[in-house]
Write a protein that binds this ligand. Structure first.
Ligand code: SF4
Length: 342
């Protein structure tokens, strides 16, 4: 069996908070808790969930912009979570990031050509001719004319700036691109263009994407697999098709039910998501979703449900829908009447 390009094992990030006057130990913010997944070359794994669920913290951990509390991030079998700063430099080439706000992520004083070639020039010297050829090639890859090479970001539209951000991410020929809410600041028509561009680039170059989004319609369009997160943990990890056709975790079901449906012929089952996401400083005991879950039973208030594989290959963490006992045919044991069908 081939080794996955990126493998995340038991990744955890806790942030200490300031201790109170009489408190012995400072409470911690449990931003990411025991998260594991893998991504193959040419695959798009989407990470979804409400704000504060830990999805952007995962992006920062994968890029090693912050250090994990525990866990491993393996690229081609090497754990980058354990590397020293100088060792990390070479591995940074393998993973690049595309940000939500292209304007604030691009240096306003540099031209498009300089922005694109800057990452390469951090590693090697380029002649003027090489620089121009590289900029023209990358602008072409993202569907922009080389004539835009001398423009400043302020002289471009939102869509052009996001294409420029993607060209910059491509400059180091990364194996993985992490896109954090990469289209959420764009108009719907421009969103579609950028999503199609990303899918074309993936087909041409075999890049793996980790696509972080709160927008389920975008995820349904671009994803191969989806990890649904709630309060720092993955609660369902599934193929995109299976997840949208038949969500199993009650939280996934509620998220899909709450998402707007662009096609009036499709009817969503009503399972409104009530209440707020609890604080990650003091998450509920047991299953963190239990205060909002219509299916909660006594055990949900006591034990954290493990991620359990179902018969169709997806992983679900739920005592009721995916009980750890009685495997391997859990999906068959889930009452059909209790599952939402999109
Ligand atoms: Fe709901 Fe219990 Fe399942 Fe958590 S474990 S999602 S509370 S039924």
């Amino acid at each position: 069996m081939s080794r996955p390009l990126l493998k995340v094992e038991n990744l955890t990030k806790h942030y200490p908070t300031a201790a109170g006057f009489l408190e012995k130990a400072a409470p911690v913010v449990r931003a990411v808790e025991d998260v594991s997944f893998s991504v193959e070359a040419g695959e798009t794994l989407c990470i979804v969930g409400e704000s504060g669920c830990g999805k952007s913290t995962i992006a920062r951990l994968l890029m090693r912009l912050i250090d994990p509390t525990s866990g491993r991030v393996l690229i081609d079998g090497t754990d980058i979570a354990g590397l020293k700063k100088h060792e990390l430099r070479a591995w940074r080439r393998r993973m690049q990031m595309v940000f939500q706000d292209p304007f604030s992520s691009l240096n306003p004083r540099l031209t498009a050509g300089q922005i694109i070639t800057e990452p390469v020039e951090n590693f090697e010297r380029l002649s003027r001719k090489q620089r121009q050829a590289l900029a023209a090639d990358l602008l072409g890859k993202v569907g922009m004319s080389p004539e835009l090479m001398n423009r400043l970001p302020s002289e471009m539209s939102g869509g052009q700036r996001q294409r420029l951000g993607i060209a910059r991410a491509l400059a180091l020929q990364p194996a993985v691109i992490i896109a954090d809410e990469a289209v959420s600041a764009l108009d719907v028509s421009v969103q579609a263009q950028i999503l199609n561009l990303l899918m074309d680039l993936q087909q041409q170059l075999g890049i793996a994407f980790i696509f972080i989004s709160h927008d389920l319609s975008v995820v349904e369009h671009i994803g191969h697999r989806v990890a649904v997160m709630y309060l720092g943990r993955i609660v369902e990890l599934s193929s995109c098709e299976a997840l949208f056709a038949k969500p199993v975790h009650p939280y996934t079901e509620a998220l899909i039910a709450a998402a707007p449906v662009p096609d009036p012929a499709r009817v969503r089952v009503q399972a409104p998501l009530e209440g707020e996401v609890p604080s990650p400083i003091d998450p509920p005991r047991g299953c963190a979703f239990h205060p909002r879950c219509p299916l909660a039973v006594e055990r949900c208030r006591l034990d954290v449900p493990p991620l359990v594989p179902l018969a169709d290959g997806r992983l679900v963490a739920c005592h009721v829908r995916a009980p750890a006992e009685g495997r391997p045919d859990h999906l068959g044991s889930v009452p059909e009447s209790s599952l939402a069908v999109g």
